[in-house]
Design a protein around this ligand. Sequence first.
Ligand SMILES: [Zn+2]
Length: 286
Amino acid sequence: MPVATNLVELRRELALANRIVAHEGVIDAFGHVSVRHPDNPNRYFLSRSRAPELVEPEDFIEYDLDSVPVRTPSHSQYSERVIHGEIYKARPDVNSVCHHHCAAFMPLLATGSDYIPVFHLGAVGGIAPPYWDQQDEFGDTNMLVIKPEEGASLARALADKWLVLMKRHGVTVAGTSIKDCVFRCVYSARNAAYQVQAMTIGQHVASLSPGETRLAGDIGGTTTGVTRSWEYWTMRVAKAGNAVEAAKPAKVKPAKAKPAAKKIGKPSGKPKAKVAAKKKTAGRRR
Ligand SMILES: [Zn+2]
């Protein structure tokens, strides 16, 4: 899969990822997607604190893996940023992280029910990904993962998997790239919705077998599935009028403009119109 080749394009892709995951109903006012710095594995980018659907390429703050900003930010920050830093610290193979509170997962998270893949694309979450309950290690909290030790505990629970379910809170998803992470987010959320619906009507909800889950889970990274989905979701965001502008080319020093006096001095054959135009220009400059 092609990787964004420069930071300008990376920021644009990450802004789009935030908007896609929001547009597909995984995150709303809360939740966030981050990416590891492609040239420095000890850094990552995460937006300033704002609803993901509004995130612009200029909103990203660069953090070290202790989730301390590299430069003093001029805006407020997400309080749960340690989720990202601690996972990047624990998992060198992870290059993108999303934390969300998707409605489709909430019935599972409220009951502690296992996530099971009920269709092929649901394999992106594996079978029964690990659960983490902040209460177990930290007692009563405000339920937000704010302290580094809380983020580290969550990263330990994730272990070598791609999803960790946070009881009575949300889900954290890891990916090898921004697109891989978004793919896992959207299709695990679809699967959770189907699973919960199936649980309401069925005596037994059939899961993919471990072999099917492994084989189906490999499809995203070995075929055009991720690219095709990304193109589709990008189109949907654009149709909704929320496209992220293409990366701006590097600034080039403009050629020296010709003196305005020369233009004005050219004979036009219409002296009255020329005088009127000059008056208009003078008015605009005020
Ligand atoms: Zn949260």
